[in-house]
Design a protein around this ligand. Structure first.
Ligand SMILES: [Fe+2]
Ligand SMILES: [Fe+2]
Length: 160
């Protein structure tokens, strides 16, 4: 059974982002369903795709001087750190963590897509005005970024 089903509910109206997210969901399900030696191979495919996925969004945010880049980029970095750590454990024989990771990311992804990715998609389509309309969504805090907060040099733009 799939951990997460792609649907219009997850779509953000940005074709490139939506295509990437649909692939992400498919690879997440592959990882969750993998068994035995497939798990490490699935993990590597998933990591490679996720590096490109997050890298693309980070590059868009840098190019557009996106005001909320700090939180979003930190969350990507934190997730990738966890994913790479789990890969190390799987390679060491703890294969059960492939399924555990996939389950956790199936919970995380819809929240990330509906908040940070949705804001970025709106900003790319409608510009800065889109952010003022969704300013209630995590504009000040970095709920999943751990102790680090915004990365150095990546503080949100001032309001002046
Ligand atoms: Fe994304
Ligand atoms: Fe993202």
């Amino acid at each position: 059974m799939s951990l997460l089903t792609w649907s219009e509910r997850l779509a953000l109206g940005h074709p490139t982002m939506d295509e990437t997210h649909e692939e992400f969901v498919a690879l997440l399900n592959d990882l969750g369903a993998a068994e035995g030696d497939q798990i490490l191979a699935s993990m590597d495919t998933f990591i490679s795709h996720t590096e490109k996925h997050f890298g693309q969004e980070d590059a868009w945010m840098e190019q557009l001087q996106y005001p909320r880049i700090g939180c979003h980029r930190n969350e990507h970095a934190n997730i990738l750190e966890v994913v790479r750590e789990v890969r190390t454990r799987i390679a060491g024989g703890e294969q059960q963590y492939g399924r555990t990771l996939a389950e956790a990311l199936a919970e995380w992804f819809p929240v990330h897509a509906a908040s940070m990715d949705a804001m970025l998609a709106a900003f790319m389509q409608f510009g800065a005005e889109a952010l003022s309309e969704c300013s209630h969504e995590g504009s000040e805090s970095c709920p999943h970024s751990g102790a680090g907060g915004d990365a150095p040099g990546a503080t949100p733009a001032s309001s002046s």
